[in-house]
Design a protein around this ligand. Structure first.
Ligand SMILES: NC(=O)c1ccc[n+]([C@@H]2O[C@H](COP(=O)([O-])OP(=O)(O)OC[C@H]3O[C@@H](n4cnc5c(N)ncnc54)[C@H](OP(=O)(O)O)[C@@H]3O)[C@@H](O)[C@H]2O)c1
Length: 291
């Protein structure tokens, strides 16, 4: 059975480099999908308070029969919990629904920086980590300026989970993460099942865009259908360099072109960066509203 390789986080916990995303599965779907995915070799499972499926995820974990310590369970909390006490309450609810004693990675789902409590939220996770209830500190959708605020308060998160795919290479964010030893974890790495997977540069490597879009990072892909689980897991194999370059070139397809020489920017070998065709991502509902 293929297992994703793991990477040691600052905290010492080992993060599998490919995980199963569970949004927008409901409890029943999550239970069935998580059970199947674990038996196919997934060990990282990603959920959130906002997905309202933590109970189903916990059920899938139990049905899998795999010992808890071999799994890496991730969840996230909403903005109303952005205080040290609030994070504790959020953790207790999530842990009860999931049926676990500890969470491997707990993330602030969105910074909601307008509230001015994006640092306090991370301090709440750090307090839980001190007690062994959480094994690694996570943020999600934090921009470099938000992360800098956290770092200035004396905490460096282990992981920042952001939207990242070959079309959105997030060069600036990743450079900041690398500089501070924060692991980049991609959400929606397959472009949410949009036309990205039919791009010529990606075709034949279905399930693999995540691999090429985030060297050194981790990715969460959702494949509800059991046939795709082994396919996605097997896609971690290294890619030939020309294909890598073409995939990076897709990154210039939306928004301002990136400078020449940067991944996703213009590339001498492939000429002008061309826009992606048929990508429905801009109009699709991608995720629940920021909690
Ligand atoms: N932190 C955040 O704010 C945030 C936001 C959004 C998402 N996320 C997390 O990231 C996870 C992944 O994102 P996502 O689910 O939006 O998008 P995604 O993983 O990029 O794409 C999922 C879509 O790709 C399809 N798919 C999967 N493997 C495939 C393959 N080998 N060939 C063809 N199609 C394939 C899936 O179809 P089937 O399901 O039919 O197999 C599904 O429609 C979420 O589930 C969630 O856990 C986090």
């Amino acid at each position: 059975m293929a297992l994703a390789p793991t990477f040691q986080l600052r905290s010492g916990a080992r993060l599998p480099l490919l995980g199963l995303g569970t949004w927008p599965l409901n409890d029943d779907e999550a239970a069935a999908t998580v059970e199947r995915a674990i038996s196919a070799g997934y060990r990282l499972i990603d959920t959130a308070e906002n997905y309202r499926n933590e109970k189903g995820v916990g059920e899938g974990v139990r049905r899998s029969g795999i010992p808890r310590e071999e799994l890496f369970i991730t969840t996230k909390f909403n903005r109303e919990h952005h205080s040290v006490d609030g994070v504790r309450r959020a953790f207790e609810t999530s842990a009860r629904l999931l049926g676990v004693d500890y969470v491997d990675l707990l993330l602030v789902h969105w910074p909601n920086a307008g509230q001015g409590r994006h640092v306090e939220a991370v301090q709440g996770i750090a307090a839980l980590m001190d007690e062994g209830l959480v094994r690694a500190i996570g943020t999600s959708n934090y921009k470099p300026s938000h992360l800098q605020d956290v770092i200035d308060a004396g905490i460096v998160p282990d992981v920042n989970q952001i939207q990242l795919d070959p079309q959105r290479p997030r060069i600036v964010d990743r450079a900041f993460h690398d500089e501070h030893g924060i692991v980049t974890e991609s959400w929606s790495p397959l472009g949410q099942g949009s036309g990205l997977l039919d791009e010529p540069a990606v075709r034949g490597h279905r399930g693999s865009p995540w691999d090429d879009s985030r060297p050194g990072g981790a990715a969460l892909a959702r494949a509800a259908g059991p046939r795709r689980h082994p396919e996605v897991l097997a896609s971690r194999a290294p890619r030939a360099e020309p294909r890598r370059l073409r995939l990076r070139a897709l990154g210039g397809g939306r928004g301002k072109p990136l400078p020449a020489g940067e991944p996703g920017g213009r590339d001498r070998r492939f000429g002008r960066v061309r826009p992606l065709t048929g990508v429905a991502g801009a109009t699709r509902a991608c995720c629940p509203p920021p909690p």
